[in-house]
Design a protein around this ligand. Structure first.
Ligand code: FES
Length: 155
């Protein structure tokens, strides 16, 4: 780990006064700084705070707000709840994959511009199928509407 990263981690450690009661806050700060929760960072905090890494991972895996892999600049979140599924979410996902040239099991484009994610019901079933592009909610999404939205976000 380079000195700059270590200094950043020390700053987070001091700011949060890392202890077992504020693991969430620590992880939020880490994610804000690095974009995702890296394994080596968890181990650094584990050693520094004397809290087992498993406690950090317990929180990371429990809350969907935390990510263990680098994510793209734009996050395309397709709702895969029952209603959206019935109304065509699988077709939307297939279109996104095709348009972004995502290989099997690949969720982030090579240029780090897009990450495809799935969620369960986002509570907007009346406008299913629903897709979130970053924070923007798109309703009654069709494959062509999806492609248009992706185009707007391409650099
Ligand atoms: S199932 Fe997609 S919004 Fe409810």
């Amino acid at each position: 780990m380079d000195t700059q990263t270590t200094a950043t981690l020390e700053a987070i450690y001091d700011k949060c006064a890392a202890n077992e009661d504020n693991i969430i806050t620590v992880l939020q700060e880490i994610q804000k700084e690095f974009g995702y929760i890296q394994e080596e960072v968890v181990h650094w905090f584990s050693e520094r705070s004397n809290i087992p890494a498993s406690k950090y991972y317990g929180v990371v895996t429990f809350y969907s707000q935390f990510h263990q892999h680098p994510r793209g600049k734009n996050i395309v979140t397709v709702c895969c709840g029952t209603v959206c599924h019935v109304k065509g979410a699988p077709r939307i996902i297939a279109k996104v994959r095709e348009d972004l040239k995502l290989g099997e099991d690949q969720v982030t484009t090579k240029d780090m511009q897009f990450t495809l994610e799935r969620v369960n019901c986002v509570g907007a079933c009346s406008i299913a199928p629903v897709v979130l592009v970053n924070e923007k909610v798109l309703g009654k999404v069709t494959p062509s509407k999806m492609v248009k939205s992706l185009k707007e976000h391409k650099g």
